[in-house]
Design a protein around this ligand. Structure first.
Ligand SMILES: C[S@@+](CC[C@H](N)C(=O)[O-])C[C@H]1O[C@@H](n2cnc3c(N)ncnc32)[C@H](O)[C@@H]1O
Length: 229
């Protein structure tokens, strides 16, 4: 569905969280939506404080922009922290997120960018991108059991050979890298490089964070999104 609202950018909505109220709601156990975390402007404040104290806060955008994409899908874009910076650097971005509160902030920050409210597991934008990024632990905030489907849908939105870059924390009871690589392989995504930080520090055994770069190997038959890519 595509909705144009006066005075704002293009707002697109896939089947979304705020429409789902029944006990069949697949996201009633989504760890992000059900958790007690800062959202919207409160989420951004942590990064604003870091920037004010002189910390570099655009490691994700630096890494992705360094790959030279003309278009980027920011998957689980939240408040648009990464997408807005990529757009500022002249890259065409589309941000997709499940959480209306996070997207409201993104739209406030950058009304003219393309923000899509929807579930990555059901993503179907009808086009591909030069690169896909999942920043800020999106993989560990997915609804449990949806990880394979999300990676398959993201691969379908990636041009063949295009990079999918994803960073998440490694915890004892969380998603591990062997599982992540296996899910990625099933989505025809090949591991190319892995770092310990978005600034490309080496990935060392026992690290608590990993940034992985996979490339789409081939087009799954009949599964590539077509359109204006
Ligand atoms: C920690 S935030 C990261 C936001 C942003 N990428 C950043 O780095 O600032 C995790 C985001 O993942 C989103 N998310 C979780 N499951 C999702 C799903 N199935 N589809 C789309 N977004 C999802 C949440 O709504 C949340 O905004």
């Amino acid at each position: 569905m595509t909705v144009n609202r006066p005075g704002a950018g293009l707002h697109r909505m896939l089947p979304r969280m705020s429409d789902a109220h029944s006990s069949n709601d697949p996201h009633q156990h989504n760890p992000w939506l059900t958790g007690d975390r800062d959202r919207g402007a409160a989420y951004d404040r942590r990064f604003e404080r870091l920037a004010e104290s002189g910390h570099a806060v655009h490691g994700e955008a630096d890494l992705v922009a360094g790959l030279g994409p003309r278009s980027v899908l920011d998957a689980g874009c939240g408040t648009g922290r990464v997408a807005v910076e990529l757009a500022r650097r002249g890259i065409e971005v589309v941000g997709v997120d499940l959480d209306p509160a996070m997207l409201a902030r993104a739209r406030e920050r950058a009304p003219l960018l393309d923000w899509v409210e929807g579930d990555l597991a059901e993503l179907s934008l009808g086009r591909t991108f030069d690169a896909v990024v999942l920043a800020g632990n999106v993989m560990v905030f997915l609804t449990e059991g949806s990880e394979a489907r999300v990676l398959a849908r993201l691969a379908a939105h990636l041009r063949p050979g295009g990079p999918l870059v994803c960073g998440f924390s490694l915890t004892a009871d969380g998603l591990d890298l062997a599982t992540y690589d296996d899910l990625a392989a099933r989505a025809d995504l090949e591991l190319v490089e892995r770092w310990g930080t978005w600034e490309r520090a080496p990935f060392l055994p026992g690290a608590s964070y990993a940034v992985s770069l996979h490339r789409r190997a081939k087009a799954p038959p009949g599964d590539q999104e077509r359109g204006n890519a």
